[in-house]
Design a protein around this ligand. Structure first.
Ligand code: CA
Length: 220
């Protein structure tokens, strides 16, 4: 739940944005519009958008899967970094929030790369597997209901290719994962995800403390 990296001073965060992020104007406009929503802190931070774009180039991503689109900042960040024939499957429950995303995808000229699937994320991933999409994605980003994290992880592992990467947002959960007194379902679920992924021999994992923490798992 953070539109900026956890633990950074205002001064350092501003430096990061001004000197290193170079946020495209269309992403800046989307961020400004989203900032007016009550749920604005569900948006990833600009430095995370840059990070996702970097990973997209690093992995040579052709197919990107996202669960939890919200108003589209992460999907648009990746879409702008994809090759012309790249493809995104973007999953979300909200027609209203993804309506904002669709407007910006169109404005940025990337709408044809993005296939939006509305509905429950776990069900959508199940349907993708049933339709033969196993092993077909290079990179997947999960930023949806935290209670389903372990299910997203297992289905995500089936959907990415060998050498593909799964990324989970909010791995630090505004510091709550380290507070033993916090026993909410979402906190317990994120703790379980961090522990499971970082000790799973099927992947190589690392938790990058950018934004609210991004847990990365590369499928071996
Ligand atoms: Ca998030």
């Amino acid at each position: 739940m953070s539109a900026r990296s956890i633990g950074l001073s205002d001064e350092l965060w501003r430096y990061l944005l001004d000197v290193t992020v170079h946020e495209p104007p269309v992403l800046r406009r989307l961020r400004d519009e989203t900032a007016k929503l009550a749920e604005a802190n569900m948006q990833i931070s600009p430095e995370q958008g840059r990070f996702l774009a970097f990973m997209t180039e690093l992995l040579g991503v052709q197919r990107y899967l996202e669960v939890g689109v919200f108003t589209g900042y992460s999907s648009l960040s990746v879409a702008l970094a994809l090759p012309a024939d790249g493809h995104i499957v973007a999953c979300d429950r909200s027609d209203e929030w993804t309506g904002v995303a669709r407007r910006y995808w169109a404005e940025a000229g990337v709408a044809s790369k993005i296939e939006l699937k509305l509905g429950n994320g776990v069900d959508t991933l199940g349907a993708l597997l049933a339709s033969g999409a196993r092993g077909s994605f290079d990179f997947a980003f999960f930023d949806a209901d935290k209670e389903s994290s372990l299910t997203y992880y297992e289905r995500g592992l089936e959907l990415v290719r060998q050498g593909g990467v799964l990324a989970f947002d909010n791995a630090l959960w505004d510091g709550r994962v380290a507070k033993a007194s916090d026993t909410s379902e979402s906190t317990r679920s994120l703790r379980a995800l961090n522990e499971r992924v970082c000790s799973d021999p099927r992947v190589t994992a690392t938790l990058v403390p950018i934004g609210d923490g991004v847990l990365l798992a590369r499928k071996r």
